[in-house]
Design a protein around this ligand. Structure first.
Ligand code: NAD
Length: 254
């Protein structure tokens, strides 16, 4: 049996399936990853300057400009075949490190954004003000209408803690999963990457699809493109596997 056949059989037979995704899932939609040595954002910018509270305090205009550039790129992008096939399996629950909305635009309804959402702004002082923004025409640096502190993207920056409710829901979803499908993540950003080890510790099977090997152990590893492998892996599930029908209760969190 090939690795692809093995992965497809594991996914088709599993009851509850959760996914854990990273920037590689959206790479073929034209959204740069963080760590690619040539196209990745960190090859061109310093993360400490652009995605940290210290960087925002030092040069808020630069940080907002960079996020607005990413927002306009995202507005022009489309979900790819991997997003679409994941969305077609309505019973899957998605834990993503991605701040983009491509899974939702593909039709996925159960998406937990561990690192926040680039489509939202919030008050930097966390007074409670939040605003959904137009990705195609994002506003520039401005003060919070309630408290006057600067408005910033509602994403989790380096050095910040994850939102407790989203983290807890992600741990619960993965604790209940029989299989974790890991797609397009280098698995080096913690605590998020610890969810892969957590899945194994609770007895879930782990299937990895990534352009390069990652450190986390897995039952099956497929090295290559998400667009190429993900629809293939999910084929058995979309056509009536245990969790295949959109109305199925399998995998529900409630
Ligand atoms: P990362 O850049 O560290 O790793 C991406 C991984 O995807 C790499 O291992 C790479 O080999 C793999 N990859 C690249 N293209 C692929 C493809 N077509 N198919 C399969 N795999 C592919 O990204 P990460 O692990 O998600 O790092 C986490 C951080 O990156 C998060 O904080 C997240 O917020 C941020 N990020 C998000 C986006 C987005 O929302 N789309 C984009 C860039 C970075």
């Amino acid at each position: 049996m090939s690795s692809l056949e093995h992965a497809r059989a594991l996914v088709a037979e599993a009851g509850r399936v959760a996914t854990f995704t990273g920037a590689g899932l959206s790479a073929e939609s034209g959204i740069a990853t963080f760590r690619d040595p040539t196209t990745g954002y960190w090859a061109r910018y310093d993360p400490a300057e652009l995605a940290s509270p210290v960087g925002f305090a030092a040069d808020p205009e630069l940080v907002i400009d960079w996020y607005n550039h990413r927002r306009r790129t995202l507005a022009a992008a489309e979900p790819n075949a991997a997003h679409r096939s994941l969305a077609e399996c309505a019973d899957l629950i998605h834990v993503t490190q991605n701040v983009d909305d491509l899974l939702e635009r593909a039709g996925a309804r159960r998406v937990l954004h561990l690192h926040g959402s680039i489509g939202l702004d919030r008050c930097d002082r966390a007074c409670g003000y939040e605003e959904r923004i137009d990705l195609a025409a994002p506003p520039g640096l401005r003060p919070c209408p309630f408290c006057g502190a600067p408005i910033r993207p509602a994403v989790v920056w380096f050095g910040e803690t994850l939102q407790e409710a989203v983290w807890n829901a992600s741990v619960e979803a993965i604790s209940r999963a029989d299989l974790l499908l890991v797609i397009g993540t280098s698995g080096v950003v913690y605590p998020a990457a610890g969810l892969i080890d957590h899945a194994r510790s609770t007895g879930a099977a782990v299937v990895v699809v990534n352009a390069e090997p990652i450190r986390s152990p897995a039952d099956v590893v497929l090295i290559g493109s998400a667009v190429e492998f993900v629809p293939e892996i999910l084929a058995g599930r979309r056509t009536g596997g245990p969790g295949g029908s959109p109305g199925s209760d399998v995998g529900r969190l409630d």
